[in-house]
Design a protein. Structure first.
Length: 271
């Protein structure tokens, strides 16, 4: 990882869109900070496309999609997206779209609830995330939000999910499991097609991804312009793919650094 100041000006000049994680990337202590919220607004005002991609549930994401200055929130690791129906003052009405059809979602939901029950039955001290009622296409186990799990406990949950044929990832707060081919990267490709009828892979150099944990490493590997906020240091030992750059600040302050770099006129030193 390089310091953010090493981000070449010619690469920054090409950026026209920002993908960002939410928990511990936009948020600090569980809430978005004023500087991060203002940074989102500044991006939109400057004409950038802005999409948040999260492992959080669609129900949890709805108030933020309705009020934050973003083009969309892609929730549940790429499975479902919330789209503001206008750019009017918040709160705005939302539409919701899915990668899987209704029959597939219903069948998968039943399978996932059975796995969730097995995890809680067989792994003592391990419980579903408190935001589980808002989930439609995945399950989540709390490891750092309200409950602290050891690395061994986290590994046991991931192993059980995979033994049931699920995909499993670890965010800064949750262990997520789901059925289907979606993930954060596929969610990014999908939303670019849905909103702008464009091919993300053909214009990857025009986008930056900002994240903080192990469930962001597919994005770090794929995006040449990838940034980790400073608190990613916690996960570096578990990361096979690191972001290209890292901020000085943690969480929302780190995200704000990225935006300042994007909005500072080329040739001006960013502090």
């Amino acid at each position: 990882m390089q310091e953010l100041d090493n981000w070449p000006a010619d690469e920054r000049r090409r950026i026209s869109g920002v993908f960002t994680d939410i928990d511990d990337t936009l948020t600090t202590e569980g809430a978005i900070t004023l500087d991060a919220l203002e940074a989102l607004a500044e991006l939109k005002a400057a004409g950038f496309k802005v999409v948040a991609i999260t492992g959080r549930p669609v129900g949890w994401s709805e108030p933020f999609a309705a009020s934050w200055p973003v083009d969309a929130i892609v929730a549940e690791n790429g499975a479902v997206a919330l789209l503001p129906e206008s750019q009017s003052a918040a709160p705005r009405p939302l539409s919701k779209i899915y990668q899987q059809d209704a029959a597939t979602r219903a069948a998968n939901f039943s399978r996932m609830q059975a796995v969730l029950a097995r995890i809680e039955r067989e792994l003592p001290g391990i419980h579903r995330a408190t935001d589980s009622p808002g989930r439609e296409t995945d399950i989540a186990i709390d490891h750092s939000e309200f409950t602290q799990l050891s690395d061994a406990q986290i590994a046991a949950v991931v192993a059980l999910m995979k033994s049931e044929g699920m995909h499993a990832t670890v965010s800064s707060i949750h262990i997520n499991g789901w059925y289907g081919s979606h993930n954060k990267l596929e969610g990014a490709r999908w939303i670019v097609r849905e909103l702008w009828q464009r091919d993300l892979d053909a214009e990857m150099a025009r986008w930056v991804y900002v994240g903080d944990s192990t469930n962001d490493q597919l994005m770090f590997r794929t995006f040449a312009n990838s940034v980790g906020v400073a608190n990613i240091a916690r996960f570096v030992p578990q990361l096979a793919h690191l972001p290209r750059y890292v901020t000085r600040g943690e969480r929302g302050a780190g995200f704000t650094e990225v935006v300042k770099m994007l909005l500072t006129p080329i040739g001006t030193h960013c502090v």
